[in-house]
Structure formats: C-alpha cells, structure tokens
Design a protein around this ligand. Structure first.
Ligand code: PSU
Ligand code: MN
Length: 308
C-alpha cells in the first residue's frame, strides 16, 4: 500500500476492480500546454477520445496533499482557468503533496501516479526528451528518466519538434526502453508525421503491442514501454514549416534567457505565434487522436490480461 493518499474517481476505481481498461492522462498539458478555454475544451475531447477507443480516462493532478486519479469536470475547469497552477514533474511531486496546493502533473509525475493507482496505460501527445543543445545545458526531460522507473505503457505521438529527437532516441536505446511505432515506420515528431528517424520496431496489431508490454514486465523490468502513433494526415504540420518556426522560437528563448522547466512552455507558445496558431490547432488535434489510440491499445492490453 502506498502512503500517498489517492482520490480515485468512482468510475476509474470500478473499471480497475473489474480489470477493464483505463488510460491515465496528464494535467500539465491543460495548465501549461494550451491557453484557456481551448485547454478545457480539449481536455474534454481527449477524455471522450479515450472512451471512443474503449477505455476509461483518468486525468491525473495534485490537490490538497492528494493525488487525483480521474479529475472531475469541475476540477479540470478549475485547473484550466486558474493562472499560476505549478507544473509538477517527478522532482516536484513530494513538495507539491506536502504543501497541499493544486499542481499539474507532467508525463513523468503522471506515470508515478498511474503506477501507484494500478493503471498500466498512459497517453499524451508529446513526451519530453533531450533538448537541443543538451550537450552543453544537460537539459534532459525527467519524462525520459521516469520511463526507466515506472511500469506504465506510454502512448504518444513521439516527442516535440523543439527537442533533439535523435538524441532522445539514443537515450531511450541506452536505457533499454522498448520503443514501438504503431502502424507507422518512423518516430513521429508530435504534430509532424515523421521526425525523419526510423523507429526500431513497427507493429500493426494491438494484441501484439499488448504482448510486448506484458513481456517487458514479465521479464522483470521496471519501466515504461513507449508506443508511438503519428498525427492523422489531415492534422499534421509540414516538418519544414515546424522546423523554421522552432528555429525562430529557439532564438527568441536564447535572447530572453529562458531556461530550466519554463523552456518547454515558452518554446511551444513561440512556435504557435510564429505559425499564426496553426501549430496550436495541430497540438489539440494530436492530443485527441493519440488519446483514442491509447484507448484502443489499453483495451487490447486489458483483454490480453484477462486471458488465462
Ligand atoms: N507536450 C505538449 N505540451 C506540453 C508538454 C508536452 O504538447 O506542455 C509538457 C508535458 O507535461 C511534458 C513536459 O511532460 O512538457 C515536459 O517538460 P520538461 O521538458 O520540462 O520535462
Ligand atoms: Mn528540462
């Protein structure tokens, strides 16, 4: 038993007790990823997409010294509309819980919560990764380190274009984190269909993905399996457009001296500004489409687990 109090939504608790599929979702993307009210509207669509895929959504957050496992509509609306709710990554989680205020969980801290609650699947659009220039700054997202610690399958559209995706793949390879591309050949770059980098494995059948996840854990590994799904063609942004915008955003970040945990949000907003909001639209679309695939794969995994 965990000593950390969990507030598990009724529907989530019921699904877990019956062995039905649940997909954990992060709340940092609500507070820091998108502006209000798009963030609240998108969070609702993301939850519906998980259901359409065949699983129960559980948006994760921190409040009142407790981990929320399945935030209600009112909680999500409050997180979406209240400025200044802190970004809580793995290192911040014990502090946020001790302080007692609200906190928005990143991919990393959401995985900690998901594992404590017994939820084996998580979905988000863009995971954190190795930042460009990390050779000098050592800025590597705690999301990657958490993948070596939490037994949760992570469904995503790859990592954000603002990162060094080649180094991100190297890190995952070194750490022995299985990486599987579901129904595509390449590692996607968030709202771009391809990063130009090939994924080590392509799998087209949800049942085989489910077996990969179980095999990794049955082999005694503590840690995540990362499964990518690219944006739908109609939602994808051309990589040359994204790359030009990212370069402009990086130059602005350098000029403004932005670093540490503020850089991800800063860069995303700068890219949105450069593209006139085109990337923000794509961001919302890819969050939704990834969540649906997360639901499909979690459902396949739940069926697989029920087999003798
Ligand atoms: N993907 C998005 N928007 C975001 C993030 C990811 O489209 O805001 C957030 C996630 O919460 C992710 C975090 O876990 O950025 C990574 O931040 P950092 O690079 O500081 O670890
Ligand atoms: Mn960082």
């Amino acid at each position: 038993m965990t000593g950390i109090p969990l507030v598990v939504a009724e529907e989530v608790a019921q699904a877990l007790a019956e062995g039905r599929a649940v997909v954990a979702l992060e709340s940092n993307v609500v507070t820091h990823g998108l502006p209000y009210p798009d963030n609240a509207a998108t969070a609702a669509k993301v939850e519906s997409a998980v259901r359409a895929g065949g699983a129960v959504p559980a948006t994760i957050g921190v409040d009142g010294g407790r981990l929320l496992i399945g935030m209600g509509e009112a909680d999500i609306e409050r997180f979406a509309s209240t400025p200044g709710i802190p970004k809580v990554s793995s290192r911040d989680l014990p502090v946020a819980l001790a302080r007692g205020g609200p906190g928005a969980t990143t991919v990393a801290s959401s995985l900690v919560a998901a594992e404590l609650a017994g939820i084996p699947f998580f979905a988000s659009a863009g995971i954190g990764g190795v930042h460009r220039g990390a050779q000098a700054t050592m800025d590597v997202s705690a999301d990657l380190i958490q993948f070596t610690r939490s037994r949760v399958a992570v469904v995503c559209a790859g990592a954000k274009h603002i990162l060094d995706l080649g180094l991100t793949l190297e890190y995952l390879e070194t750490q022995g984190v299985p990486l599987v591309a579901f129904r595509s050949d390449d590692f996607p770059a968030f709202y771009c269909a391809s990063s130009g980098l090939r994924s080590p494995h392509r799998i087209d059948e949800p049942d085989v993905v489910a077996r990969v996840v179980e095999n990794h854990w049955a082999a005694g590994n503590r840690g995540a399996v990362v499964i990518t799904t690219p944006p739908r063609p109609e939602d994808a942004v051309d990589s040359s457009v994204a790359e030009a915008a990212v370069r402009e955003a990086l130059a602005a970040a350098e000029r403004d001296g932005v670093r540490g945990n503020a850089i991800t949000k800063y860069l995303m907003r700068a890219v949105d500004a450069v593209t006139g909001g085109r990337t923000a639209q794509a961001n919302m679309a890819v969050l939704i489409s990834t969540a649906e695939v997360g639901g499909v794969l979690a459902a396949a995994h739940a069926r697989h687990r029920l087999l003798p």
